[in-house]
Write a protein that binds this ligand. Structure first.
Ligand code: ZN
Ligand code: ZN
Length: 331
């Protein structure tokens, strides 16, 4: 099978590897679609997260069960599935409460073990979810990033009279817009790229802006989905007194914040890390039922062999591209 392997910063290679085989409790999945995530770009640009080199990248995927190992009870060949790509210790107090996303040892497939940018991958059966009937495999590949958006929106504690600011109209920002749209009164989306703001408008934003408005105290909650100094400072300014800030964008660099901006307005700040299992299940239901239509966010589907091109498109901030899916069909 073909696999996209990370060798170092801006160095990914397509290689032919033996197809993995499943051991006890494991499932072999033929990958149908695999999404490139912001965290894959952090790996590509900065070498973050990856613990061994080379490694097969990727953690967002849908696929079809090809084979099951001894003792597998929940899956059989032909089942359509998506992955829960989190790798946690399973024994710390947080894992035992179902909050594997804040396990101190949390990692992901594609970082600590082989990921899904490949023809096939093997996972323990507890890392897979069966798809609701009728849900197409391409839309299903967005279940994982939608779970992040559901988790972020839940943390923001949104209510119907709220105004919400979303900073960053990338996949997480736009998916959060889709999730939050029915929950709040007004949504402002801020992004530098006009093409992404057009998309935000089409998906239901009431107001869009290329710059963070210099008028302080406008919104009840902000979801910050970029992760740089200017967007954090802007978020603190944008919030009303007593407002809630959810940090959903990963920072590549440290930032300098004046804490008075937080204490004077008694702001509440929440970090979110990935999602809980329930968020994945809710995301699958939300897409399958049509409650959330992720189709406009799938900008391109490229063959696995074009992974390097896809990474270059995404790191060059191509403004009209939101999510690229890699398809290993035939690889
Ligand atoms: Zn992801
Ligand atoms: Zn743990």
């Amino acid at each position: 099978m073909l696999a996209v392997r990370y060798y170092g910063i801006r160095d990914i290679r397509i290689e032919r590897l033996p197809r993995p085989v499943c051991g006890p409790k494991e499932v072999l999945v033929k990958v149908a679609y695999a999404g490139i995530c912001g965290s894959d770009l952090h790996i590509y640009r900065k070498g973050m997260f990856v613990s061994s080199i080379p490694e097969t990248m990727g953690h967002e995927f849908s696929g079809i069960v090809e084979d099951v190992g001894p003792g597998v009870t929940g899956f059989e060949p032909g089942d359509h599935v998506v992955g829960d790509p989190r790798v946690a210790c399973g024994s710390c107090p947080w894992c035992r409460q179902g909050k594997e996303n804040i396990c101190p040892q949390l990692s992901f497939i594609g970082e600590i073990c082989p990921g899904c940018f490949a023809g096939y991958l093997v996972l323990n059966e507890d890392r897979l979810l069966n798809l609701p009937p009728g849900l197409e495999l391409d839309r299903a590949a967005l279940i994982e990033p939608l779970a992040v958006a559901l988790h972020a929106a839940a943390r923001a504690g949104l209510s119907s009279r709220d105004t919400l600011g979303i900073i960053g109209a990338g996949p997480v920002g736009l998916l959060t817009l889709l999730v939050a749209r029915p929950l709040v009164e007004q949504i402002l989306v801020v992004d530098r790229a006009p093409a992404r703001l057009d998309m935000a408008r089409r998906l239901g934003a009431d107001r869009v802006a290329r710059e963070l408005p210099d008028v302080p105290e406008q919104v009840d909650a902000v979801i910050e989905a970029v992760g740089v100094d200017a967007t954090l400072q802007g978020a603190l300014k944008l919030l009303k007194p007593g407002g809630r800030l959810v940090l959903a964008g990963l920072y590549e660099e440290s930032v300098l914040v004046n804490p008075n901006a937080i204490l004077e307005k008694e702001l509440k700040i929440y970090g979110i890390n990935a999602y809980e299992r329930l968020d994945l299940e809710r995301a699958a239901q939300a897409i399958a039922s049509g409650q959330v239509d992720v189709t406009p966010l799938i900008s391109r589907v490229l063959p696995l062999e074009s992974a390097a091109e896809a990474f270059e498109i995404l790191t060059s901030q191509a403004p009209d591209v939101v999510k690229i899916l890699l398809s290993p069909a035939g690889s």
